[in-house]
Design a protein around this ligand. Sequence first.
Ligand SMILES: NC(=O)C1=CN([C@@H]2O[C@H](COP(=O)(O)OP(=O)(O)OC[C@H]3O[C@@H](n4cnc5c(N)ncnc54)[C@H](OP(=O)(O)O)[C@@H]3O)[C@@H](O)[C@H]2O)C=CC1
Ligand SMILES: Nc1nc(O)c(N)c(N[C@@H]2O[C@H](COP(=O)(O)O)[C@@H](O)[C@H]2O)n1
Length: 220
Amino acid sequence: MHVVVNAAMSADGKLSSRRREQIAISGDADFDRVDRLRADSDAVVVGVGTVLADDPHLTVKDENLRDERRTNGKPANPARVVVDSSARTPSSAEVLDDAATTYVCVSDAAPVEQRAALAEHADLITAGEERVDLLRAFAALQEQGIERVMVEGGGELIFSLFEAGLVDDLSVFVGPKVIGGRDAPTLADGDGFVENFPELELGEVERLDGGVLLTWRVAD
Ligand SMILES: NC(=O)C1=CN([C@@H]2O[C@H](COP(=O)(O)OP(=O)(O)OC[C@H]3O[C@@H](n4cnc5c(N)ncnc54)[C@H](OP(=O)(O)O)[C@@H]3O)[C@@H](O)[C@H]2O)C=CC1
Ligand SMILES: Nc1nc(O)c(N)c(N[C@@H]2O[C@H](COP(=O)(O)O)[C@@H](O)[C@H]2O)n1
């Protein structure tokens, strides 16, 4: 399995404001690049915090890219995956519509009624006691044939994926905005590292949309 984390952050490192509302940090060129990355993936993964904040659809927007996938014998859209220990994803969430297969990864602690409601719209993967065990959840996704994974956030999930050693590549668009706020989400939140910091090797550096696209490889 190959896991790429993609995110857009402001010049001061924020994914969103302290209100946790979706903010367009990317411009058209970066959104097009993200669409291509989605189209090249078997699954797009987010944490439930992003579902609750943004209600994303996580589909491929460009019809030509969807056609290309179909021509290659794939479904029009990659699978969508929500990491959601307590099964808090609302039944009305956009990611639960029929545009793509959706997996919701829950823990043993998720209430039975909420699991049952979600199971009407998504395939459930149970991994972990209180919190989703990401290593087990990703292994279960791989058993479903998912090899190329794109993670779109947010900061809590991204930190945990680095902590679990699951990230291979990181692409970050740094946009021409300052958002600020000590409580605004950043690229990697969680508890943060105090030692054994994941080390990155810089790949491409590209000017885009008045900002810069940085691609990194996680060092072995
Ligand atoms: N600019 C950008 O590129 C992007 C910005 N965003 C922004 O980020 C914000 C949302 O990010 P954030 O609040 O960090 O939410 P996340 O999307 O990272 O979801 C975090 C939640 O995932 C659940 N979870 C389950 N298992 C794990 C695990 N093992 N490790 C970590 N989390 C786990 C937790 O909830 P539980 O315990 O209930 O399961 C946790 O609270 C929004 O403001 C959104 O707009 C989001 C994506 C991209
Ligand atoms: N690449 C990127 N740039 C930004 O500026 C963003 N705000 C985001 N947000 C992510 O995109 C998701 C929305 O997806 P849909 O358009 O609904 O398919 C959102 O939930 C974030 O993960 N990304």
